[in-house]
Design a binder for this molecule. Structure first.
Ligand code: HEC
Ligand code: HEC
Length: 318
């Protein structure tokens, strides 16, 4: 970190000094979706084809965490074993949750195109407990923490090299709206659209599958719509460019927010994931060595600012 700060001409003293002020920090349910509702288990033998895919899977097949369902094997490099299958008993296949093409989903994270060193560091932080979540209720995140603890350095390095070479593609459409479909937390920490009249968006981001059924079959090409409040993209742009009271985000994340050295890319990534991380940095639950650089950035960040910043960053082309 010191090296990066030197490169940027930023003094460590300036960083700690800026990290004092406070702002509202209320856990947003739409970014950490959980429900107690039980969902009926689908027929495990039911089989499905997807448009543009030559393969078919059963429900049991797409729900096998040691066999990432790969609908489009020709559209990415060959997955290494740990990404495709993981290792029994505790290492679920990385590609199961993060998808074979690394696009990730709102309840986890996109890994495609992220720096390999960054991926390795994050899993190491989760293993040592320096990176936790502000919610201990999200099944997806708890499973990631368990995978981090069960995996070893060699496996993570191989997975990191695979994901970092993939190109992250735009598949989240950001839509500003005053009124949005009603939503509820569905199965597996996924926000679902409900039928019926629309409701006011308030200060929320609702990231929902374009096609819930295809997402439930873990289709790695069927993306998401993120409804964001009117005006949030422009407000977010101003905050990101000014640095929201600290350093401009581009100083470390690169001029187009596409990543820089070991600093992760933000452009076009899931706004739910971005809000969770900004929240976790501020709450101090994400506290690995790299988090020190983010602390002054989030020190004065309010709930509303996080919504605006995530709306803008997610709207950019990756
Ligand atoms: C059971 C699902 C699941 C599996 C399997 C899984 N992950 Fe994750 N992963 C997650 C979730 C959920 C998050 C988001 C954590 C959060 O938001 O705090 C995550 C986050 C990450 C991050 C942080 C990304 C970022 O930019 O913040 C990395 C790196 C990562 N996973 C790597 C891996 C690797 C490598 C493997 C395989 C060894 C793996 N994951 C397997 C669910 C999973
Ligand atoms: C001084 C350098 C620096 C600046 C300025 C900076 N960041 Fe970061 N950012 C980092 C580093 C380093 C990480 C990785 C943190 C870690 O290792 O846990 C990071 C991580 C993040 C993440 C988590 C990404 C993920 O996939 O999990 C988000 C979101 C983020 N930054 C947003 C911002 C925003 C928004 C701004 C501007 C308001 C900003 N950053 C300014 C250095 C910086």
């Amino acid at each position: 970190m010191r090296k990066l700060l030197l490169l940027l001409g930023i003094s460590a003293a300036a960083l700690t000094g800026a990290a004092l002020a406070q702002g509202a920090n209320t856990l947003p349910i739409w970014a950490y979706p959980v429900t107690d509702k039980a969902f009926p288990a689908p027929d495990p033998a039911q089989a499905r084809h997807l448009p543009g895919s030559k393969v078919s899977f059963t429900r049991a097949g797409v729900n096998d965490r040691f066999n990432a369902p790969d609908w489009y094997p020709d559209s990415h490099a060959k997955m290494p074993d740990v990404v495709a299958h993981g290792r029994k008993p505790g290492v679920f296949a990385c590609g199961y949750c993060h998808l074979p093409n690394g696009q990730g989903r709102p309840e986890n994270a996109s890994l495609a195109g992220q720096p390999a060193a960054y991926i390795v560091q994050q899993v190491a932080d989760m293993r040592t407990g320096r990176r936790k979540s502000s919610s201990d209720k999200m099944g997806s995140i708890n499973a990631m923490m368990a995978v981090a603890k069960a995996s070893n350095d060699a496996e993570v390095k191989i997975a990191a090299e695979y994901f970092s070479r993939l190109k992250y593609g735009k598949w989240i459409r950001v839509v500003e709206a005053d009124r949005v479909p009603k939503t509820a937390v569905g199965d597996r920490n996924m926000m679902n659209v409900l039928p019926g009249p629309k409701e006011a968006i308030g200060k929320r981001i609702l990231e929902v599958p374009v096609n819930l059924e295809r997402t439930e079959w873990r289709d790695s090409k069927s993306g998401f719509i993120a409804y964001v409040p009117k005006g949030s993209i422009a407000r977010g742009k101003a905050l990101v460019e000014s640095g929201a009271g600290a350093f401009p985000c581009a100083a470390c994340h690169g001029p187009d927010y596409k990543g820089n050295g070991a600093v992760p890319a933000l452009a076009g990534r899931s706004p739910a994931q971005i809000v969770r991380q900004l929240y976790d940095f501020k709450a101090g639950t994400r506290n690995g060595p790299g988090a020190a650089m983010m602390k002054p950035e989030v020190a004065n960040m309010t709930d509303d600012m996080r919504v605006d910043i995530a709306a803008y960053l997610a709207s950019l082309n990756p």
